[in-house]
Every structure is written in structure tokens, then in C-alpha cells.
Design a protein around this ligand. Structure first.
Ligand SMILES: N[C@@H](CCC(=O)N[C@@H](CS)C(=O)NCC(=O)O)C(=O)O
Length: 434
């Protein structure tokens, strides 16, 4: 039996995405080693001291430390037809330079106006637009190396300000990108992996509380610190103990779901107001509701009622569930979608709809979790939850107090557990399109 190649990679890195897509397209099995850029494993640094991902180590010891070298190593001949070289040169040069200055202006001394850099990228996209009017993909009617090499960067640009991107006259580019992002080739490459643990690193770094997935590798250190304090001081002492939940809460950047003015208080021990009279729940409540689901396996289908700003949604995605989420206020749902895209959190579906009706075409779900309070469990939820499945929701009793309840479906009956007093916004009927 031959050993497979080893890929050092980082989920959201566009260079690494292009390499993973090419390897997947070629059907090449490899050992996936997920890297956290600020804590690169010594094994990777030993074979590639320049310290960038992706790095592919072949079974014969050869090391490919440039994403294009990995693509070229595994691409079939027909992928290499056309002028991909010129396209990649512009992408990895002018496109990427301007994308970084637009997306992260604070990292550069020479950025006065980020929008000027956005417009430089737009000029390139206008050229793509023309080209994609002539053929479905960059080099003809089949996907090839050029598409896969460019798409992760166009995606990053599009996600920087999605409403702006969607509003541009780039129908061919938008359609091309949408098709690639919806493909199995792309989604199959974006599956989350735990940080690879080098057998030579000391064991205290193996705690699942280490930030890996959602948190920006370059976020302000005070946000990372505040999030860790939230876990250490608010969650663990109150009994949150599931390692998956602790990991999700430690890595999901709650502050990014709020306006920058609220960042200094984003990790404090209380709920906060968001738009449209709604709230983002106290961190402990989000963790507790998530822990109530934690017996479900990774991949379980979960319906969330009340997307709100998308924070709980992101935590559920970080737990590895297939998340469908409904919000009755269209503008909130759109805002949540934008934020979730920015942090690369990929729920299966965000819907604008009446939460009382659940998602009739989506069931059965392993669990339905509601962040809005009803007087009784809506019958549609009972229909849509699988036998043995869970419904976790606040319920308002006579006297006006709200109790968090966990129900388990047994036939048409619900076994109930009362989990104590809580306060949530009410579950309202209908849809608000404003
Ligand atoms: N030219 C390299 C560039 C790879 C690259 O810059 N990757 C980024 C992550 S997206 C990286 O590893 N940066 C190192 C760091 O941020 O410390 C390639 O195509 O593979």
C-alpha cells in the first residue's frame, strides 16, 4: 500500500482552495492537515520554510509549495488548454493586490481609499464579463484550470460586500461564480476539518478551545482575548462542558455580527440589541441551546427558527450540523447572509418565512431550535421533526414567564423537559419584507 501525499492547507485560503479543488477533480486522495497560520506545525516548516499554504508533500519526498505547482501536478491535459497562464498572472498579481487592499485596508500603509482598489478589481472583472459572454467557462464550455485557479479569489472579492457585488452589471461573472460555488467540487472542498495536531507539539495545545475555523487569522488580539475570557469566565463555570460547543464558541467571531461600535461589549455577559428591535442572545444562552443539541451527530439536519443576526446560526454550523434557518424579517436575513459569507460559514439554507410554519419542504429534521418564544409548540414543527428528534424552544406560560423547554418527539407526543427561566423576543406570525 502506498502512502498518500500530505496536504498542509487552510480552509479559507484561496490558494489552498484552488489546490484542493484540483486534487479533488483529479480524484487524488491525500492526507488533509489543516493548519492555523499563526501556529504552523513544525513538520510543515521543515519542508517549506517560507511558511505559506498550500504545501503538498509527495510520497517520494518531493515538496510542492506553490498552489499553481500543485494544480499543474494533478491537472489532466485538457485542463491546461487555453491562456490560463496570463489569467493566473493577472489574478495572482493585480487582482490579488487590489483585493487585499480593498478587503483589509488597515493592513497596508498605502491605502487611502479602499474603493479605488475595489474599482481596479472591477476593471478586471469587466474583462472577465466579456469573456464569459463568449463561452460558459474561461477556456471553453468545460470547467478547466483557469476557472478553478481564479474562482476562489473572485469569491473572496464578492463576499467582501455582497450587496455591492450583486448590484454590479456582471451577469456572466455572477452566473459563472454561482455555478462553481454550488458545485460538489467546491462544496466538497470546503468541509471543515479540525486543526491538525502535530504529534510533536506539547499536549496543552490539543485543547478543543483553540481557535481554528471561523475566527479571522488576523483579527484584533483584544477580540480573541475577549472571546476566550467569555468561554473561561461565563461558559465553563456555568457548566458548559461539551468540547464541540466550547470549540464552536471559542472560534465563532460574535463581534462580527454586530456593528463596530458594539465590538467592545460584544463578548459581555448579556444580550445586545441588533436591528429591527431584535436581540443577539447572551453568549451563555447560545452555548446552552447549542449544548442541548450536542448529542446529535455531525451532519444532523437542524432547523433554526429566528436567524436574527446569524450568530447562533454560525455556532450551529461550527458544530457541524446541516443548518436551515428561517427569519421573518427579510432585511435581517440578508444581513445575516452577508456576515455568514464573510466568515465562510455555510448554512445549507437561509429562508425568509413564517417561523410558525417551519420549513414544510425541508423536514424531517433531527432538531428544531427556536430563538423566539411561542405560547405553545406550533403543530408544523411537530410534523417536521423526525421521530425521536428534538424541539428546543422558549415557551411563554400563563403569568407571562418564559421557560426554555426541550421536547423529544415520540409519535405525536412530546416528552418535555423544563430547563428554566429565559427571556427571548416573541415568535410572530407572517413575514416582514421591509
Ligand atoms: N504563492 C503562494 C501563496 C500562498 C499564500 O500566500 N497563502 C497564504 C494564505 S491564503 C499564506 O500562507 N500566508 C502566510 C501567512 O499569512 O502567514 C501560492 O500560490 O501557494
Amino acid at each position: 500500500m502506498t502512502t498518500p501525499p500530505i496536504l498542509y492547507t487552510f480552509r479559507r485560503c484561496p490558494y489552498a482552495i484552488r489546490a484542493r479543488m484540483a486534487l479533488k477533480h483529479a480524484g487524488i486522495e491525500y492526507e488533509h492537515r489543516e493548519v492555523v497560520l499563526r501556529d504552523r506545525p513544525p513538520e510543515m516548516m521543515a519542508i517549506s520554510p517560507k511558511g505559506t499554504v498550500p504545501v503538498l508533500q509527495l510520497p517520494d519526498g518531493e515538496v510542492l509549495e506553490e498552489s499553481m505547482d500543485i494544480m499543474l501536478w494533478c491537472s489532466p491535459g485538457e485542463w491546461l488548454e487555453g491562456d490560463w497562464q496570463e489569467l493566473v498572472e493577472v489574478n495572482d498579481g493585480k487582482f490579488k493586490d487590489n483585493l487585499d487592499r480593498y478587503k483589509y485596508p488597515n493592513r497596508f500603509d498605502d491605502v487611502e481609499n479602499p474603493e479605488a482598489h475595489r474599482d481596479e478589481v472591477l476593471e478586471i472583472l469587466n474583462r472577465y464579463e466579456q469573456r464569459l459572454g463568449e463561452s460558459r467557462y474561461f477556456c471553453g464550455d468545460e470547467l478547466s484550470l483557469a476557472d478553478v485557479a481564479l474562482a476562489p479569489f473572485v469569491r473572496q472579492f464578492a463576499n467582501t460586500d455582497r450587496p455591492w457585488f450583486d448590484g454590479q452589471a456582471l451577469p456572466n461573472v455572477q452566473h459563472w461564480l454561482e455555478g462553481i460555488l454550488a458545485s460538489e467540487l467546491f462544496t466538497g472542498c470546503m468541509v471543515k476539518h479540525e486543526k491538525w495536531q502535530s504529534p510533536t507539539t506539547p499536549s496543552e495545545t490539543t485543547t478543543p478551545t483553540e481557535p481554528t475555523t471561523h475566527a479571522e487569522p488576523t483579527e484584533a488580539p483584544e477580540m480573541t482575548k475577549a472571546r476566550q475570557e467569555m468561554v473561561d469566565q461565563q461558559l465553563i463555570p456555568r457548566g458548559i462542558s461539551d468540547p464541540r460547543v466550547i470549540h464552536a464558541m471559542s472560534t465563532t467571531p460574535r463581534h462580527l455580527f454586530l456593528t463596530p461600535e458594539a465590538w467592545p461589549v460584544a463578548y459581555r455577559d448579556h444580550p445586545l440589541a441588533i436591528e429591527s428591535g431584535q436581540t443577539i442572545s447572551q453568549p451563555f444562552i447560545v452555548a446552552m441551546m447549542s449544548e442541548l443539541l450536542a448529542p446529535l451527530p455531525v451532519g444532523a439536519r437542524v432547523l433554526e427558527i429566528g436567524t436574527g443576526c446569524g450568530y447562533q446560526t454560525a455556532v450551529l454550523v461550527a458544530l457541524g450540523y446541516e443548518v436551515h434557518s428561517i427569519e421573518r424579517i427579510a432585511s435581517l436575513s440578508q444581513g445575516a447572509q452577508q456576515k455568514l459569507r464573510e466568515i465562510d460559514s455555510l448554512p445549507a439554507e437561509l429562508l425568509v418565512g413564517d417561523g410558525m410554519l417551519g420549513n414544510p419542504s425541508g423536514g424531517p429534521y433531527s432538531a428544531i431550535i427556536s430563538t423566539a418564544c411561542a405560547r405553545r409548540v406550533p403543530p408544523a414543527w411537530i410534523d417536521q421533526v423526525a421521530e425521536g428528534g428534538l424541539i428546543i424552544t422558549p415557551i411563554k406560560r400563563l403569568g407571562g414567564k418564559q421557560y426554555l423547554m426541550r421536547y423529544t418527539k415520540r409519535g405525536r407526543k412530546l416528552l418535555k423537559e423544563d430547563l428554566g427561566l429565559v427571556r427571548f423576543v416573541p415568535l410572530l406570525r407572517g413575514v416582514d419584507e421591509s
